[in-house]
Ligand binder design. Structure first.
Ligand SMILES: Nc1nc2c(ncn2[C@@H]2O[C@H](COP(=O)(O)OP(=O)(O)OP(=O)(O)O)[C@@H](O)[C@H]2O)c(=O)[nH]1
Ligand SMILES: [Mg+2]
Length: 164
């Protein structure tokens, strides 16, 4: 988590009316999950990691390995170059992804990179984020909707004129 990341998360929890528990280690995570056994849904937000970090597979294994009932969702920004998106899928490969959440569709002039990678890997899509407002700018995703953004590239109106 970046500096201030926990405050950020606490603010989201507060506005969503959800309880928030912080865990620093696998044991703390397991202990918290045990206490929440009767809840229908628990969302676990992990700190950002460099997918190219050679220690990442081991770290992910130590954190989540053999933990039952988890579904992993990879969050990918649509503004990233395709190669970086490919690295993200490769880096988190060990997790057996349930779905991908695509963010910053609103800031991405074209989403061909993320679209190519999702399609190539046959990854399920769960949500799209199209702005900074939570929860208004989050929407349930499907390939038809994503293809809509692909076919109708978004151009920033302020920059359009400069490009002629
Ligand atoms: N415009 C726009 N901004 C977004 C979108 N999604 C996230 N952001 C912004 O991007 C910034 C980073 O978002 P975070 O959710 O903190 O990103 P993160 O990847 O979880 O960051 P770490 O937890 O530090 O790894 C925030 O200012 C968000 O408001 C989006 O879909 N559109
Ligand atoms: Mg985060």
């Amino acid at each position: 988590m970046r500096l201030g990341g926990q405050d950020h998360l606490a603010a989201y929890a507060r506005i969503s009316g959800l309880p928030l528990v912080a865990a620093q280690t696998r044991d703390e995570l397991a202990e918290s999950l045990d206490k929440m056994f009767n809840l229908d849904l628990i969302l676990i937000d992990t700190p950002g990691r460099n997918p190219c970090d050679p220690g990442l597979p081991l770290e992910l294994g130590q954190l989540f390995g053999e933990m039952k009932g988890l579904k992993h969702h990879l969050v990918v920004s649509a503004t990233k170059a395709e190669g970086n998106i490919a690295d993200a899928f490769q880096g988190f490969n060990a997790l057996n992804l349930a779905s991908c959440i695509v963010t910053k569709v609103d800031e991405s002039r074209d989403i061909v990179g993320v679209f190519n990678q999702l399609y190539k890997r046959r990854v399920a899509l769960s949500y799209l984020a199209t702005g900074q407002k939570v929860p208004e700018d989050l929407e349930l995703a499907n390939y038809r909707r994503l293809a809509g953004f692909l076919l109708k590239p978004h151009y920033c109106p302020r920059f359009q004129r400069e490009e002629g």
